[in-house]
Structures are given as C-alpha cells and as structure tokens.
Design a protein around this ligand. Structure first.
Ligand code: NDP
Length: 301
C-alpha cells in the first residue's frame, strides 16, 4: 500500500496579491482542500475567498507566517519587492519558500533570486501563460525556474492549480525569459488583430464576419512555428515558397490600405521596415525568419 499519496488537506499555502489571477490561484487551492491564507495590499478583496474558507491575514507578515509555501502574484516585481523586501516580511520569510508568479523581466527575476539567497528565503520563480479562468482546469500553463529539488518538494501542492507545470531549469531567470518571448508573440499578435479589425471595419466588415477567417490565419501558425524554429536553429531560412521580397510587398499593401482610411499603420510599417532592411542586406530570397537572425546581430554580448 502506497504511503506517498498527497493529501491536500495536509498542505498549507499563503497567496499574496488578490487581483484576478491571485484570486483564481487562491480559489483553486481552496477547491482542492489546501489550507489557504490570503492577503492583499488593498483590504476587502478577500471577501469571496474568505466565504469559501480562506484564512484572512491582517498583514503580509502574518500571512507569510501562516504557511511554509508563499505564492506571490502581483502586477510586477516593483510590487512584489514592495511586499517581500520590507524588513519584517523578509524576516518572516526566512526558511520558507516563495514562488513568485508575478510577471516581469528575467533580470528582475535573477535579482530577486539573489536577494532571496542573501536572506535565507527559498525561492522559485514562475510565470503563468494562460488567463485567470484557466486556473484549476486542464488548460492552465505554469512555467518555473530555480532549484529543482525545491520545485519537486512543492510540486504536489502546485499541481492542484491544474494544467501543465514545467520546470525549465535552475537558472532563476529562465521562466521569465520564456514569459517575455511568449508575451512578445501574444501582444504583437493582439496588436495586429486589433489593427486588422479596425481596417476591416473601415471596409464595412464586422469583427464577427472576420472571425472564422481570422481563426483560419491563427491555425496556420502552429505548424509554421515548428518549421520556422527549424530554420532558425539550423541557420537555413529557405525562402523558396515565400521569399521575403514577396512578403514585404503584401506588408506594403496593408500600410497603404490602412492609411487610405486614415488609420495609422505604425506596427505594420515597423515590420515592413525590418523586412526591407533584411532585403537590403542581400537576403531578399530568404524566408521571413532571416529577420530574427538579423535582429540578433545587433544584440549586446
Ligand atoms: P494585476 O496585474 O492588475 O495585479 C494586481 C495585483 O497587484 C493586486 O493584488 C494589487 O494590489 C497588486 N499590486 C499592485 N501594485 C502593488 C504594490 N505597489 N504593492 C503591493 N501590491 C501591489 O492583476 P492580475 O491578478 O491579473 O495579475 C497578477 C500577475 O499575474 C501579473 O504579473 C500578470 O501579468 C500575471 N498574469 C495574469 C493573467 C490574467 O489573466 N489576469 C494571465 C497570466 C499572467 P491592490 O489590489 O492593492 O492594488
């Protein structure tokens, strides 16, 4: 008979930060039966959670003292610093584990890792790649980086948040590095989509009418990511089926059509500008991903 089955009722967690994501995390812990203590800078955001069984804390220090595992989910690392680096809170954190699921840059994650190391705080960095309603469902995606043994120790309780949990390595900045790359894709796609809808509307096409075709464009992307990753990792960049010169021409059409409607096209102008620069460097017959290689040439060592 196995004695290693995880019993959520034996676990306890503190959630600092009760925005939409912090509330979703706390709800998932509570639903699984984990003893959950919550705290938020602005009081009053915990009412629903307390009604569901959460323990409320009068201060961050008190909240931290309630659990061996402290999950932080606030807007950025200025906010998590404001909470964690107050002397009394730092003292209370000594020997406990902090999992910081707030989003920020890899440099901020590494800086927080160093701070934690200096203060005897056990630290994992993390990122959440799916929206708040996904938490507690199979669709949630969590990324972590930092000491593997610490991750393995807390994995059972983190698993109750649902979905896929991936430890990306010991470099504390690695989860934030993935986060930045993935958010780069997301926000530029959102910027493109919002612009497309504005231009389509100017042409008398509603957002709803565009939807099935927009979904068709989105469906093209997953296999392209795989093919393009191979191009970049192998240094090939074949433009046999779609050379950059042809792509740049369609980018110009988007700029012209937008500006004819008085709709600014700065995002597409920037993308077209990159493509034209790469063509100017003699890569017009290459595929679009040559842009990534050329962008990388200007990077600081
Ligand atoms: P927000 O990003 O709006 O963060 C709100 C939380 O940050 C509140 O608890 C707020 O406290 C706190 N906060 C802000 N400034 C400070 C400060 N100076 N000191 C202390 N606390 C502060 O809401 P979310 O909950 O949505 O997001 C939290 C994190 O999760 C973010 O990093 C976000 O990028 C990430 N995330 C969110 C997703 C989502 O779907 N919402 C999806 C994936 C990641 P107060 O109430 O007092 O203002």
């Amino acid at each position: 008979m196995s004695t290693n089955v995880f019993d959520p009722a034996s676990a306890s967690v503190t959630v600092l930060g009760l925005g939409p994501m912090g509330r979703a995390l706390a709800t998932a812990f509570l639903d699984a039966g984990v003893r959950t203590t919550v705290w938020n800078r602005t009081p009053g955001r915990d009412a629903e959670l307390v009604a569901r069984g959460a323990l409320t804390a009068g201060s961050a220090e008190e909240a931290v003292a309630a659990s061996g595992l402290v999950v932080v989910c606030v807007v950025n690392y200025d906010a998590s610093d404001a909470i964690l680096r107050r002397e009394t809170v730092t003292d209370a954190l000594k020997g406990r584990t902090v999992v910081n699921l707030s989003a920020d840059t890899p440099a901020r994650a590494r800086d927080t890792g160093e701070w934690a190391g200096r203060h005897g705080v056990r630290y994992l960095d993390g990122a959440i790649m799916t929206p708040a309603p996904s938490i507690g469902t199979p669709d949630a995606v969590f990324l972590y980086s930092g000491p593997r043994d610490l991750y393995e120790e807390h994995r059972p309780v983190l698993d109750v948040l649902g979905g896929a949990h991936t430890h990306l390595g010991e470099d504390i900045g690695r989860a934030a590095s993935y986060d930045i790359a993935l958010l780069d894709i997301f926000w530029t796609a959102m910027g493109g989509y919002a612009h497309a809808v504005a231009v389509a509307r100017a042409e008398g096409i509603s957002a709803g009418e565009l939807t099935p075709f927009a979904q068709g464009i989105a469906a093209i992307l997953p296999p392209l990511f795989e093919e393009f990753a191979h191009d970049v990792d192998s240094g090939t960049y074949s433009g046999e089926l779609n050379p950059l010169t042809s792509g740049a021409s369609t980018m110009a059409h988007i700029v012209h059509a937008s500006e004819e409607h008085g709709i600014e096209a700065s995002l597409m102008r920037a993308i077209e500008g990159q493509a034209r620069r790469v063509i100017g460097l003699g890569h017009g017959a290459d595929g679009f991903m040559r842009v990534a290689e050329v962008l990388g040439r200007t990077r600081r060592p």
